[in-house]
Write a protein that binds this ligand. Structure first.
Ligand code: SF4
Length: 372
């Protein structure tokens, strides 16, 4: 299985963020202690299961001291069998890392780092409430390389109010020039309440038009492969072999255990999400929202998640699986709904593989709603 640990602390709140995270440092010791205890409890309950991908996310895991990170890493090593481990990722905020911390993390066995860069435009970084500037983000990428992280990922955001969309391409080029191995490009998502959403709704800030944003994504689809970063998922580009193995398991529906406030898990047909109330979680009073997927829901997740990947979904296998569960009519219904997208060139079928075209990737929400 994959193991995800959520560390819900940040130096400051970004204006667009709706993740479960807090600035209240006083909660950190109890939360880290609880997370360590949960690691031990779950490792014992599952009889020290084999873990092949590990991910410490947040929040800002790079706020942990090296001592705290060492203790947490050691607890994971004792509680889980890491013999098959192929990837151990740390998320980090460029404004919180220095060379000594990165070298220490590397020595503890973390071999991949994901840095939230977002943009190299200092004015926009301030608007986003980020605690770093563009130069610091570039420096963090370089320090991670010097510290020995051979797999570095950076996040870029598209659709920030006031963003010069041509600048996104320049930022992507600058980041690629550092030799980084993985790039995630996200559309700013203001679905949930956050200060930036309030500013947009009040008319104080304006989002770029959908057409302008689509043009940037199209340009990135052309430009990034020329820089050695090939698309492998709707939002993700990587050099050959540097695709995120942990995140891939979400799209491939392989099992994962998530620990920490708001962390999600999926084992077999069961999925659960831990409550996001941080003090309650730290005190062991938090609840869990449990869902058992029925056969149709499990089947629908295969194309819903699998079509996010550029390699697509093997449709005859999906149909065979559906027939074995008496769910062939469901696949028939999907075929009917997908037909206009296929005719429009948004969905491509080749040698039994169904996948989204590049244009289909841009319009994926409408297509993937077929399976919801
Ligand atoms: S650093 Fe990340 S998790 Fe923390 S507030 Fe900003 S966006 Fe949210």
């Amino acid at each position: 299985m994959g193991l995800y640990l959520h560390l819900p602390f940040c130096k400051d709140r970004c204006t667009y963020c709706s993740f479960v995270t807090t600035r209240d440092e006083s909660l950190q010791p109890a939360t880290v202690a609880r997370l360590t205890a949960e690691v031990r409890t779950w490792g014992a309950a599952l009889a020290r299961p084999r873990v092949d991908t590990l991910y410490l996310g947040g929040g800002t895991p790079s706020l942990l001291s090296l001592e705290e990170l060492a203790a947490l890493t050691e607890a994971v090593r004792e509680a889980f069998d890491l013999t098959p481990l192929v990837e151990a990722t740390l998320e980090a905020n460029p404004g919180t890392v220095d060379l000594a911390w990165l070298q220490g993390a590397r020595r503890l066995g973390w071999d991949r780092i994901s840095l939230g860069v977002q943009t190299l435009d200092d004015g926009l970084l301030r608007r986003l409430g980020r605690i770093h500037d563009g130069a610091t983000a570039m420096e963090a990428l370089e320090l991670a390389r010097i510290a020995g992280f051979q797999r570095r990922s950076g996040d870029l955001m598209v659709g920030i109010p006031g963003q010069d969309l041509g600048r996104v391409l320049d930022d992507a080029r600058a980041m690629a020039a550092t030799g980084l191995e993985h790039l995630s490009i996200y559309l700013l998502d203001l679905d949930k309440n956050c200060p930036l959403k309030a500013d947009v709704e009040a008319g104080r800030l304006a989002l770029p038009s959908e057409d302008a944003v689509a043009t940037v994504f199209e340009a990135l689809q052309v430009e990034l492969p020329k820089l050695g970063l090939a698309p492998y998922e709707i939002s993700n580009y990587a050099r050959p072999g540097a695709e995120s193995k942990h995140n891939s398991r979400y799209w491939e529906r392989r099992p994962y255990l998530g620990l920490g406030p708001s962390a999600a898990s999926q084992l077999g047909a069961f999925r659960w999400t831990e409550e996001g109330n941080i003090p309650a979680w730290a005190e062991g009073r938090a609840g869990v929202e449990l869902q058992e997927l029925d056969a149709a829901e499990e089947l629908a997740e295969i194309p819903l998640l699998g079509l996010r990947l550029h390699r697509g979904v093997h449709w005859p296998s999906l149909r065979a699986r559906a027939e074995a569960r008496n769910l062939a009519p469901l696949v028939d219904a999907w075929e009917v709904q997908l037909a206009p997208f296929e005719r429009g060139g948004l969905v491509i079928r080749e040698d039994g593989i169904l996948r989204l075209s590049e244009r289909g990737m841009l319009l994926s929400n409408g297509i993937l709603s077929t399976f919801v």
